[in-house]
Design a protein around this ligand. Structure first.
Ligand code: ZN
Length: 188
């Protein structure tokens, strides 16, 4: 009588999408989305330390490489368009030597505004993963459906709420500090 050996399937995680990259190794036991979002959060912290609204963005290409890493720099650049996503898109396009970021995922701590959501459509990213919603200018889910509207010639998948509390905490802490509260502007 043959003895059946249960073949437990190896635990396959979403990390397979970036298999082969160092990200996969670091993300075991902690989702890939959370891994990249934590890097975007580190960018948000850099922004806060520079007196900028703490929003960070990391763009990961189809092979799982971070090709655009940026934070909001509106004040230091004196540029109303210097949002984290726009800067990261420019960096990624420069690294990939082309404006089409096909297969790429943009991780951003705050729901993108109309400008950034539009730029992500133009860049042809495959997916946008964001942390907390922006009740005043979020253009993907909250106020508009940029990136999801069937009338657009390009749409992307959306994942929301990744490390949302940590993303929102940065913003609350920053604006609390601006209002005069004695709260730290750096994180643990
Ligand atoms: Zn924006």
């Amino acid at each position: 009588m043959a003895i059946e050996i249960a073949r437990g399937s190896a635990p396959l995680s979403a990390g397979l999408s970036v298999a082969g990259s160092r990200a996969f190794v670091h993300s075991i036991g902690h989702g890939v989305n959370e891994y990249w979002m934590s890097l975007a959060l580190a960018q948000a912290d850099l922004a806060a330390n520079a007196g900028e609204v703490p929003v960070g963005c990391v763009i990961v290409d189809a092979e799982g490489r971070a090709v655009g890493v940026a934070h909001n720099a509106r004040e230091t650049s004196a540029d109303p368009t210097a949002h984290a996503e726009v800067i990261a898109i420019r960096e990624a396009a420069g690294k990939l030597l082309g404006w089409r970021l096909e297969g790429a995922t943009a991780y951003v701590t705050l729901e993108p505004c109309a400008m950034c959501a539009g730029a992500l459509v133009l860049a042809r990213v495959a997916r946008v993963v964001y942390g907390c919603a922006d009740p005043k200018s979020g253009a993907i889910d909250t106020m508009f459906g940029v990136g999801r509207d069937a009338r657009l010639n390009h749409r992307f998948d959306v994942v929301s709420g990744v490390l949302a509390d940590e993303c929102a905490l940065r913003l609350r802490r920053f604006f609390g500090t601006l209002r005069g509260a004695k709260l730290p502007t750096t994180t643990e």
